[in-house]
Write a protein that binds this ligand. Structure first.
Ligand SMILES: C[S@@+](CC[C@H](N)C(=O)[O-])C[C@H]1O[C@@H](n2cnc3c(N)ncnc32)[C@H](O)[C@@H]1O
Ligand code: SF4
Length: 322
């Protein structure tokens, strides 16, 4: 697909060079998932994943999993991106061109976009919202087909609510209690769980869009039936009709975590379902393509932590507080 003219004009007006970052590497999995590394103008590498899924009628849904930052400063304990360090925020055209690269590679329109690649979108809200606008208005991807995933950055969910997007906000929760969450997600210290849940409830009241919750299952850490019961109680305290997406841990190099057995994942899901919380277990795709987020980039590039000044002092403070 060609770069849309409106997008090209917009970039030129803004004084940006209209170009496409070349593909540095692609890795293709047996299930058709393709992970690619784009080489940015400053030689930094960023990961994007294309995930094709064929429905019963034979039509293909193509999801682009895009990055919002080069690396991530938030250092969640199970995430290869966090372990690889942080370099800089992506600009809007660097986000949009990931989608175009996926379209070119698959020779198919991208139907869904998820901000679940490298980086924390809410630490780069301005570019993410500009890219969102471009994907929706210029590339004609429906707002409801776009998901923004965040581990939670103070004050950003309230701000996002004011835009009244029709897109899905997904919160990476990973634990039903503050203590456990802090162990898994260091940035939770700066944003207590109850404050995060309150902001999610307010987001729903403001936008009428239900927030969905992601929960990466780590064997022996957060995957017991007791954890599921506690999670159901937490969610019911803060609203109704929640959806939880369980993500089996994708092993990363040097990690102490393990992926739970299928039986434990099913028991966790059944416990939530029996408490009226709709639950899905994310199918692991492209595992054979070193698919855990950030892993491929780490193989090709080591980066300095917070070594760049394109992140604002405010965001840097949040990152360093973690
Ligand atoms: C890479 S993050 C990017 C978006 C945002 N920073 C966030 O945390 O929601 C997207 C999702 O990938 C998940 N993730 C990261 N590393 C993972 C791993 N090794 N195994 C399973 N899920 C992982 C995170 O839990 C998060 O829900
Ligand atoms: S899970 Fe998200 S917030 Fe956490 S380190 Fe990875 S990219 Fe950053």
């Amino acid at each position: 697909m060609k770069v849309p003219q409106a997008f090209r004009d917009e970039l030129q007006e803004a004084g940006w060079k209209v170009g496409r970052s070349p593909i540095h590497r692609t890795v293709t999995a047996d299930d058709g998932t393709i992970k690619l590394l784009l080489k940015l103008e400053d030689n930094r590498l960023v990961e994007t994943v294309g995930i094709p899924v064929e429905d019963e009628k034979g039509s293909v849904r193509l999801t682009a999993c895009v990055s919002s930052q080069v690396g991530c400063p938030l250092r969640c304990s199970f995430c290869a991106t966090g372990k690889g360090g942080f370099s800089r925020n992506l600009q809007r055209h660097e986000i949009v061109e990931q989608v175009l690269a996926i379209e070119d590679l698959f020779k198919h329109r991208v139907t869904n976009v998820v901000f679940m690649g490298m980086g924390e979108p809410m630490l780069n809200m301005k570019s993410v919202l500009e890219a969102h606008r471009c994907l929706n208005k210029d590339i004609q991807i429906g707002q409801r087909m776009i998901t923004i995933s965040t581990v939670g950055v103070p004050n950003t969910i309230r701000k996002l609510a004011t835009y009244k997007l029709q897109s899905t906000l997904a919160i990476s929760l990973h634990a039903p209690s503050q203590k456990l969450r802090e162990n898994i997600v260091p940035s939770a210290k700066a944003y207590p769980l109850e404050a995060l849940m309150k902001d999610c409830r307010d987001y729903f009241l403001e936008t009428n869009r239900r927030v969905s919750f992601e929960y990466t299952l780590l064997a022996g850490v957060n995957d017991s039936v007791e954890h599921a019961i506690e999670l159901a109680e937490l969610l019911h305290r803060w609203g109704r009709g929640h959806h939880v997406n369980l993500i089996p841990f994708n092993p990363i190099e040097g990690s102490e975590y393990r992926r739970p057995y299928r039986k434990a994942m099913r028991a966790f899901a059944a416990t939530l379902e029996s408490r009226k919380i709709t639950t899905s277990i994310r199918q692991t795709r492209g595992l054979d393509a070193s698919a855990a987020c950030g892993q491929l980039r780490n193989e090709f590039q080591k980066m300095p932590l917070l070594g760049d000044d394109s992140i604002s002092q405010e965001d840097r403070d949040v990152a360093l507080a973690c």
